[in-house]
Ligand binder design. Sequence first.
Ligand code: NAP
Length: 267
Amino acid sequence: MHVFGLLGNPVGHSLSPPMHEAAYDELGLDARYVTFEPAPDDLESAIRGANALGIRGLNVTIPFKQDTLAYVEPDDLASRIGAVNTIDFSGEGPPTGHNTDAAGAVRALERGDADLEGATAVVVGAGGAGRAIAFGLADVGATVAIVNRTKSRAYDLATAVPDASGHGLESLPDLLSDADVLVNATSVGMEEDVSPVPAEALHADLTVLDAVYSPLETRLLREASERGATTVDGAWMLLYQGVEAFERWTGESAPIEVMNGALRSRL
Ligand code: NAP
């Protein structure tokens, strides 16, 4: 049996186990997906132990995404983002580190029919998700404006992402007036009916992705939809980051609709 899993703290409410196990069942793979909650000081020994035990792959979530970089061989994208959310133990050498949040956001937007090459994108948030999404969008040819409550974090990220600019929240209406894509990568809207973006700044030419997936229809997505924008909920990003990890670990094409069904039935 192959073992995959998730390292984080806490991970009790993670939707990754049912999403991945639905894919194993569909493809008849003898595999399990297990959650692990090491103490913060035990991250290195947890990764070494997983390697020694023959665990095939681990996803990584808060609070370990940044610290994991030191204990794996990160690929170019994970190094640039500064965070790992997927570890692959299948090679001969040390485990490798990857970031599938970037592709997760890009594929979610593409599923919403966004044409990202040459697009003007506004990413609100410069934390872990914002970093991954900004690099992901720049890598597929979008011009990215990064907007953050703490302006210095937006400026810092903009210096690392090709062709990006950094701004405070007050610039949102101006930036959105001729934008094609808007992504909320803040935690605003999670469990509370608030939006990080003024409703009047939303318009019908936007594709709007909210990384928040609880609730599925956030206030931002509701207001965007009311103004005729195309909306993409955060479960699509969660799905595609999982699809990318699954395909890397197993070498199989992911049964995307089965994984999507398993995820959405729990949201
Ligand atoms: P993080 O590193 O803690 O960053 C939080 C971000 O939210 C920062 O930019 C922060 O701004 C901003 N923020 C927090 N409260 C705010 C407020 N009241 N007003 C304006 N901005 C505020 O968190 P993260 O890991 O990036 O996660 C952000 C969100 O993305 C979470 O909801 C998470 O669940 C979601 N996420 C979803 C997926 C998915 O697959 N769908 C993947 C990863 C993350 P400051 O810098 O000013 O503090």
